[in-house]
Design a protein. Structure first.
Length: 364
């Protein structure tokens, strides 16, 4: 096992565990009940996955799916749910930078003064850490929740980058996937922060649960790598069917369209339309993002129509020429091989004509 592969696999999962534990700590502090520390036991699943991946895959990833990202979602999403439902009423100042200045200057100076006469450096570090943790606890809960949302999405992208890739995905595909994840994470953060910050939404418990359910549903696209990988097909009888041929050739494009329509922009548009149509909630940002979702859904449907028409034209063209392609992932590969084989046979026939059978002598 390569050293860098092992290091990346362990460091990335360690970051996942630390962020999950911070979320559990904030839930316990907000609820003021120690029983919520039981949520930390979910990280045992991530530890088990780490051991199995190191043993059977030598630290590398799997094809089409990332178990580490999926288990990280399982460990972190429940904490964010509880924090959003709790939605602390602690007052937040308009200048969050002032809190950071007080933490970095005044409190650390007090820590240095209190430990100035100590001869041991570790005592000074412990005192500084205690002051830092105490000051972090005084930050209002809404700031903590938003920070956890932001770091959660950033860590999903960075973690996917650091995780060792398998042999099925290339560096070029990984770069495309990461760029897509950045845009996806920005849209998801906008949806969560923009809808849950509305005062009328906060008064409706069922509406909060519905928005969080859609948010959780949209997060399920991160463990999957189908957006940049073709499924591939083998030349069998089943792949000659039109739906199978279409999925074989345009698997990545169809997955992107499906994600947008059924996992992200489609559900986001439905939620925002319900807020405006049924609950009569209107604001400038809500209208803008609803229009944006309508535009994206329309463009994705247009893209689907273009792919379908292009595929239909290809099939008709090949049928007129009498060509049959078992797997249109490489549309002209089979027909080219067939023509090449025929040309080779013809050349062999011309070069080596068949010998004439010797005729029996005619009887006089």
């Amino acid at each position: 096992m390569e050293l860098m592969v092992l290091l990346n696999a362990l460091v990335t999962r360690l970051l996942f565990v630390l962020h999950s534990l911070i979320g559990v700590w904030r839930v316990t502090a907000a609820k003021k009940e120690p029983k919520y520390w039981l949520l930390a036991l979910l990280n045992l699943l991530l530890c088990l996955e780490t051991g199995l991946t190191l043993k059977f895959k030598q630290g590398r990833g799997y094809k089409w799916f990332s178990p580490a990202i999926f288990l990280y979602l399982i460990c972190t999403v429940p904490s964010l749910w509880l924090l959003e439902i709790h939605h602390g009423t602690q007052y937040c100042g308009n200048e969050p930078g002032a809190v950071q200045v007080n933490v970095s200057n005044q409190d650390f100076n007090q820590s240095r003064d209190s430990s100035h006469g100590s001869e041991r450096t570790d005592h000074h570090i412990i005192q500084t850490a205690k002051v830092f943790v105490n000051q972090l606890s005084t930050i209002c809960e809404t700031v903590w929740t938003l920070a956890l949302h932001q770091t959660f999405l950033l860590l999903l992208v960075v973690g996917r980058w650091l995780l060792p890739i398998g042999v099925e995905i290339t560096r070029d595909q990984l770069s495309q996937l990461l760029l897509m994840f950045v845009g996806t994470a920005a849209d998801i953060l906008e949806f969560a922060s923009e809808t849950l910050d509305i005062e009328d939404v906060r008064k409706n418990y069922a509406l909060i649960n519905a928005i969080l359910a859609v948010w959780t549903w949209s997060m399920l696209q991160f463990p999957l790598d189908l957006a940049v990988q073709h499924i591939g097909c083998k030349p069998t009888a089943s792949t000659r069917r039109i739906p199978s041929l279409l999925l074989c050739r345009y698997s990545a494009e169809l997955w992107n369209i499906g994600v947008s329509l059924f996992i992200q922009d489609g559900p986001f548009f439905i939620v925002r339309s319900i807020l405006m149509g049924h609950f009569r909630i209107f604001n400038q940002m809500l209208v803008f993002f609803t229009a944006k979702n309508i535009l994206v859904v329309t463009l994705q449907l247009y893209r689907l129509a273009v792919i379908t028409l292009d595929f239909r034209a290809t099939i008709l063209q090949k049928s007129r020429k009498g060509e049959v392609s078992c797997c249109p992932c490489e549309p002209y590969e089979a027909s080219t091989h067939a023509i090449t084989d025929q040309d080779t046979e013809m050349k062999e026939v011309v070069a080596f004509p068949p010998k004439e059978e010797s005729q029996a002598p005619s009887e006089e």
